[in-house]
Ligand binder design. Structure first.
Ligand code: NCD
Length: 353
């Protein structure tokens, strides 16, 4: 098996942070996926320790609840030998009124090597990346992006379909409007040459969805036709400021994935979901628990390997600070745009994390 060094030589990774898929060129993505694939290979051989981050510190800073993403980063960093500090924000000074930027300055003084940030406001990780001297990974910001989820989804698909996934027809279904997973996945899957579709009720699709380089459908029967993969999204009630669907029961009737609706897709189509799932709302247990159909457990397993690859890539580089900080200012502005483009009022301000 080739070593990670071989991969980084073949596909040099040139970025200092992992904030948004739009920062990446195809080569960056190939570099990250190749590293993820390398760590997946080690995982398959039951090799769970590759201490390439020994002596380095990874700080997990999660301002929103998370089970799988936070734990996935923690396991990944520990398997790479890093010291991992998971900040329980509920118990930190943030609850006592400290701002996001004060927290950043405090953490920065502890000299972490990598900061993994999840925040309810779009653009928060990009803003932090300008204030700290370490690499920053966006683990989900508001309705904006979730780049590591998109990367692990792509790696899961490559593993399942045996390499190149260009040309696969992939439907992303449900609550697209509030989904950072959808925004990152659409960009990444388009870069990898997939034929991407969005399916959802008009109330749960962003008004500019037809400019995303995808085909948009409002009913599952037409939308799922010929699909190799069906990616279901959670109905994100916590982000809704009004009635976006009549009832959960009616939503399941029209958009919940069960065996009848899956029959509209290609025979043998695979189903994905980033979790956490609302069974009986966007997906039936019959689908979620069928190992011949569902890739959901593989997504979690591949997530650890992919995050090992991302941590490795970011620990490896010494990029120019200046050009990166210029990039992140425009990235912050772009990210804030999602708060209004999605027809939602801006969430809590960054100064009041
Ligand atoms: C997603 C998220 O937080 O955006 N979940 C995850 O990271 N595993 C999707 C969701 O919450 O529905």
């Amino acid at each position: 098996m080739a070593s990670p060094k071989d991969y980084t030589v073949e596909y040099p990774f040139s970025k200092r942070h992992c904030l948004t898929i739009s920062d990446f060129h195809r080569m960056d993505i190939e570099a990250l996926l190749a590293l993820g694939d390398y760590y997946q290979g080690l995982q398959n051989q039951r090799i769970t320790s590759a201490p390439i981050l020994r002596g380095k510190t990874v700080v997990n800073l999660f301002f929103e609840n998370s089970t799988r993403t936070e734990k996935s980063f923690e396991v990944a960093a520990k398997r790479l030998g890093a010291d991992v500090i998971s900040m329980n924000v509920g118990a930190s000074s943030v609850k006592k009124g400290e701002t996001l930027l004060d927290t950043a300055a405090t953490l920065n003084a502890m000299r972490p090597d990598i900061l993994v940030v999840r925040h309810g406001s779009s653009g928060a990780p990009a803003l932090l990346s300008q204030k700290v001297s370490c690499a920053v990974i966006n683990a989900g910001d508001g309705m904006h992006e979730h780049p590591t989820q998109a990367l692990l989804d792509a790696l899961t698909l490559r593993t399942t379909f045996g390499g190149d996934i260009g040309g696969l027809r992939i439907a992303i279904c449900g609550d697209i409007l509030h989904s950072r997973v959808a925004r990152s996945n659409v960009q990444l899957l388009n870069i990898l040459g997939c034929d991407v579709r969005l399916i959802g009720p008009p109330t749960l699709l962003p008004i500019d969805a037809d400019c995303w380089g995808v085909d948009v459908f409002h009913d599952m029967e037409t939308g799922l036709k010929g699909c190799d993969v069906v990616m279901m999204l959670r109905l994100q009630m916590e982000r809704m400021s009004g009635a976006f669907v009549p009832t959960k029961r009616e939503y399941f009737h029209f958009y919940g994935l069960d065996k009848n609706k899956l029959a509209f897709a290609k025979k043998g189509a695979k189903v994905m979901h980033p979790g956490p799932m609302n069974r009986g709302v966007e997906i039936s247990s019959q689908i979620a628990d069928d190992p011949n159909i569902s890739l959901i457990t593989q997504q979690v397993e591949t997530g650890v390997a992919m995050r090992m690859g991302i941590l490795h890539a970011l620990s490896d580089n010494n990029k120019s600070e200046k050009s990166e900080s210029e990039n992140t200012i425009s990235e912050y502005n772009n990210a804030r745009h999602y708060e209004t483009a999605g027809r939602l009022k801006p969430s809590n301000t960054l100064g009041e994390a």
